[in-house]
Each structure stands twice: as structure tokens, then as C-alpha cells.
Design a protein around this ligand. Structure first.
Ligand code: SAM
Length: 333
């Protein structure tokens, strides 16, 4: 069963609006532009310039006042939209409970999180290669053990510890991946970054600030349905349909995301368009990159506008055979 929880924190509870309090480390911290604080498979940072051309015109005309992201991940598009356009209400969702927990802790407890990350960073940076590996595998073990019976419904010192571990693992693991096995255990090995930026204080503070009025939810993509209306912009970035049979990029969550899930999602896209008249933008891999006859998405979304954008990821692991590939952006406007 998917657990859905809505957390809407009133602004007064935040200590992070304006001057930051609670930690001497934060006192003179410069204000940064908020950007993804995690590296996530399928992150859209590289595509933002092309995406911006495809946002609905109504955003600029202030005819849209709600923004939804249903498969949040690292949230690159959210950070872009929120900084460019005046949006009254933001709703963010992802099925990954640990991911949403990290946004919630940054929303409510950024100061404490920074303290924990600062300590982890100091310890890691001061250690030699061998000790770094020991630290990494110890934290990975702690993180996986803590998941058993973990209470995601409220924020406690355990949540802050967990999110600090999650960010630490993301910054120090091989390739900055987030990957879990069938059991749900994080299983990426130790990476070899020389000076990983484990405690990016200014970004965490900036992210915390933009999250103050945001509703965060961990559930299936349809769980924000009741909030969507004709003044909403909805961005949908499901796990990629694999462009090669061997690609494992579709298994983000324990359940994975099959072609059947993609078909169901296309029906949900129709529902948002036809029943709610929301502006909807969806991105996915382009099957034409590897098979020109594979019209999977063109058939599913034949009523809508399909634009190709250039992606920076590669189809072929052999560098000499790599070419430019495209992704699809499907809009109902
Ligand atoms: C492509 S990633 C999102 C990338 C993100 N937009 C970015 O820029 O980093 C897909 C996300 O979908 C989430 N996900 C998978 N199945 C889901 C479902 N049924 N409902 C909601 N989220 C889901 C995964 O946890 C993952 O974080």
C-alpha cells in the first residue's frame, strides 16, 4: 500500500525567512539561488534552457497560480519555475519516502541538518582513503538499518540524522547515484571524489526558503489530483522508458515503472487535460533514438504536441559510438 501524507507547514513556524538563526555557522551565509541538493537519475538541469521555451505562455501572463510536480526527483524544473514565475501554490510529490523526507527536513529543520552535515563533512575530509571507505560503509549500514520501522509521519532527530546520511551518501557514493536493491537497501558503492561538497550550506538555506509555502507529499503520482484545476501547470517526469532493453533506468522505486505504467500515466495525462483543463507537460526518452519504428509515445500522445529536445545523456556506453540523442516533451497547449 502506498502511504500518502500531506505536510503543509505554516510560514510562522520557520526560522529561515530573512536572517537565519539557530547556528553560528549560518550567520553570514551568502544567499544562493536554490538548485537541486541531490544528484538524481534523470535530473533535468541540463535541459532547462530548452524546457523553458516549452513552459505554457499563461505562466508569463500570470494566468497560472499553481505548480505541480508529480515525479519530483531532484526537482530541477521546480527550482527553475519557482524562480522565474510568481506562483501562489506549489505541490510536490514523489513515491520515494526518503526523498520527500529530505525536502521536509530542509523545509523545517535546515539549521539542524546543516550542523549534522558539517560534522560529517569535517570527519570525511580529514580522513585518508581507507578511513573514508570505512566511514562510507558504516553510514550506509546505519542508513539501511534505520529504515526498518522508520516513522515517516513526523520529523524527529532521527529524521534529521537520516537525511544527513542520505545527502552524505549521495555526495560520496559512486557517480552520486541513488539506487536500492529489491529489499529497499541503498546499495551504491563508495565513490572517489576528492573534496565532495557534503554540506552545501548556502544552497540548503536557499532551498529551505523556497520550500516554506510548498505542500510536499509522498505517494503515487495521482495523489495530488484533488488540488489540480484549470489554473494549474503540471510537470510530469516519470522514470524513463528504457531506450535499450538492457537499461535499468526504469527501476527507481522498488516497483519499477513498466510500459503498462506508462500507458496508465497517459490516461492520467488525458484526465488532467480533459477534465481539469490544466496545462500539462510530460517528458520521457525518445524511442526513435534506437528504433525509428518504435512509436510508443507518439501513439499514446497523438492528440498532443510532441517536441524533441537534445539530451546530454548517451545511448551507448562505448564513447566512440556515442551520438546526440533526443528526449520527448509532450504538451497539451
Ligand atoms: C525521472 S525521476 C524525476 C527526475 C526529476 N524530475 C529531476 O529533474 O531530477 C522519476 C521519479 O519518479 C519517482 N516515481 C516512480 N514511480 C512513481 C509513482 N508511481 N508516483 C510518483 N513518483 C514515482 C521516482 O522515485 C523518481 O524520483
Amino acid at each position: 500500500m502506498i502511504q500518502s501524507e500531506i505536510f503543509n507547514i505554516p510560514k510562522e513556524k520557520s526560522s529561515l525567512v530573512g536572517v537565519v538563526s539557530g547556528s553560528s555557522r549560518n550567520a553570514d551565509c551568502p544567499v544562493a539561488s536554490p538548485r537541486p541538493f541531490l544528484k538524481w537519475v534523470g535530473g533535468k538541469t541540463q535541459l532547462l534552457e530548452q524546457f523553458a521555451q516549452l513552459y505554457p505562455q499563461q505562466l508569463k501572463e500570470r494566468k497560472i497560480d499553481k505548480y505541480f510536480e508529480l515525479f519530483l526527483g531532484a526537482g530541477a524544473v521546480f527550482f527553475d519555475v519557482i524562480q522565474k514565475y510568481p506562483i501562489d501554490k506549489v505541490f510536490l510529490n514523489d513515491i520515494n519516502q526518503d526523498l520527500i523526507l529530505s525536502y521536509r527536513v530542509i523545509q523545517n529543520n535546515a539549521d539542524n541538518l546543516i550542523e549534522s552535515l558539517f560534522d560529517l563533512q569535517q570527519n570525511y575530509h580529514q580522513s585518508d582513503k581507507e578511513r573514508r571507505q570505512q566511514i562510507f560503509y558504516q553510514i550506509r549500514q546505519n542508513y539501511n538499518q534505520q529504515r526498518i520501522n522508520f516513522d515517516y509521519s513526523q520529523i524527529s532527530s532521527e529524521s534529521i540524522k537520516r537525511v544527513a546520511w542520505l545527502i552524505f551518501l549521495n555526495k560520496t557514493c559512486f557517480n552520486g547515484l541513488y539506487r536500492t536493491n529489491q529489499k529497499g537497501d541503498f546499495n551504491v558503492p563508495c565513490g572517489r571524489y576528492k573534496n565532495p561538497n557534503i554540506c552545501n550550506q548556502s544552497n540548503i538555506l536557499a532551498v529551505s526558503k523556497v520550500l516554506q509555502q510548498v505542500t510536499l507529499q509522498s505517494g503515487d503520482y495521482s495523489s495530488l489530483d484533488k488540488f489540480i484545476d484549470n489554473r494549474s501547470f503540471v510537470y510530469i517526469d516519470p522514470p524513463y522508458r528504457p531506450i535499450k532493453k538492457t537499461s535499468s533506468f526504469t527501476t527507481y522505486a522498488k516497483s519499477g515503472f513498466s510500459d503498462r505504467n506508462q500507458i496508465e500515466l497517459s490516461k492520467y495525462y488525458q484526465h488532467l487535460s480533459k477534465n481539469y483543463h490544466a496545462k500539462v507537460m510530460l517528458s520521457n526518452s525518445n524511442p526513435h533514438n534506437t528504433d525509428i519504428e518504435d512509436d510508443f509515445f507518439h501513439n499514446l500522445y497523438q492528440e498532443y504536441k510532441i517536441t524533441e529536445v537534445y539530451a546530454h545523456r548517451m545511448v551507448n556506453s562505448d564513447a566512440s559510438k556515442r551520438g546526440k540523442i533526443t528526449e520527448l516533451v509532450i504538451t497539451n497547449y
